[in-house]
Design a protein around this ligand. Structure first.
Ligand code: ATP
Length: 333
């Protein structure tokens, strides 16, 4: 276990500012998720921590030691990538044990460590199989077991679940969280899947154009966004924005409810012109406009709305977030 401190980290590739001054502290045993759109610098930041890239500026400190000049193998980190990169001709045992074999560890010690990692990931019964004879979810667990077998101080994972289908992915996510808690390994995890970020992260760092725009608990990222980028990027469907008297008002689709469901006091009434309704079973999405603003309302009321209808909706003041239209930063009361 270890803490990781990134101080002013930059990585520029001939004019491309892939990572542009990042300060982050990741605590001992913490699960930190890097979430951001494509090209925001998530993978580059991971590769910098891993030692696969050299920073243009700043310091990477693991457990109090600056590791900028240490090769990857001496940093006490392990990585799991999207492509599991298993050796096809080695058995599951051969794959998991590989990092230990390379170190020249005695066979009996290797066997114990492989059994420990395989047991943790629930793949102890697959040790004699070849990767081609196991499922995608099992391959992913072999890759994680291989990463853990050397008991790394820090585990880095770059979209490790993205090759799995939706159902397996959900189970794999729960298992991942459980074993991470169990062995308490400091983890940095890259994804652009919001549900994964919210479900897994103790904290989420939202990245955009090589910088961290906000870091906080899933709850605070969603409910207390510091700027319009975070407000608009986190949440599906995204936050609604409306300009009013030189201020941008933001409110979540689930805060925009049919007016009859809300009290008059402290709630703003708004006429919504319906363009389209999606009935998703448990709830309904109403797409439409309020004045010039395109909005989405997400509610579970049995209202029979259709294209062209005008209906009064409302949003209450505690649900409103105010942003500066020039800077996009949050305006605090
Ligand atoms: P994705 O979610 O698509 O994987 P990402 O957030 O991981 O994206 P990066 O892969 O870190 O983003 O890329 C950040 C920026 O740096 C992009 O503009 C990318 O084109 C650029 N970049 C990354 N690696 C290199 C490289 N080796 N040479 C030049 N530019 C690079």
């Amino acid at each position: 276990m270890a803490n990781v401190h990134l101080a002013g980290i930059k990585k520029h590739f001939d004019g491309v500012k892939a990572v542009d001054g990042i300060d982050l502290e990741i605590g001992d045993g913490e699960f930190l998720v890097l979430l951001g759109p494509s090209g925001s610098g998530k993978t580059t930041l991971m590769r910098l921590v891993a030692g696969l890239e050299k920073p243009t500026g700043g310091q990477i400190i693991i457990d109090g030691q600056t590791v900028n000049d240490l090769p990857p193998r001496d940093r006490g980190i392990a990585m799991v990538f999207q492509s599991y990169a298993l050796y096809p001709h080695k058995t599951v045992f051969g794959n998991i044990s590989f990092p230990l074999t390379v170190e020249g560890m005695p066979r009996e010690d290797i066997r114990k460590k492989v059994e420990w990692a395989a047991g943790l990931l629930g793949i102890g019964h697959l040790l004699d199989r070849l990767p081609s004879r196991i499922s995608g979810g099992e391959r992913q667990r072999v890759a994680i077991a291989r990463a853990l077998v050397r008991r790394p101080k820090v585990l880095l994972m770059d979209e490790p679940l993205s090759n799995l289908d939706a159902k397996v992915r959900h189970t794999a996510r729960e298992e991942l969280k459980l074993f991470q808690r169990e062995i308490n390994v400091t983890t940095i995890y890259v994804t652009h899947d919001q549900a994964e970020a919210m479900g897994l992260g103790d904290r989420i760092a939202v990245m955009h154009e090589g910088t961290v725009r906000q870091v906080g608990s899933p709850y605070s990222i969603y409910n207390d966004p510091q700027n319009m980028f975070v407000a608009g990027f986190v949440g599906i469907p995204p936050m609604n924005f409306m300009e009013q008297d030189g201020v941008i008002l933001g409110f979540r689709p689930e805060a925009l409810l049919p007016a009859e469901a809300l009290p008059d006091k402290d709630c703003m009434r708004l006429k919504l012109l319906v363009e389209r309704v999606e009935d998703l079973g448990s709830h309904r999405l109403v797409y439409g406009t309020i004045g010039k603003a395109k909005v989405i309302a997400n509610h579970s009321f049995r209202l029979n709305l259709k294209e062209g209808d005008e209906h009064e909706f409302a949003v209450c003041s505690q649900e409103l977030r105010r942003f500066d239209p020039k800077t996009g930063e949050r305006i605090r009361p």
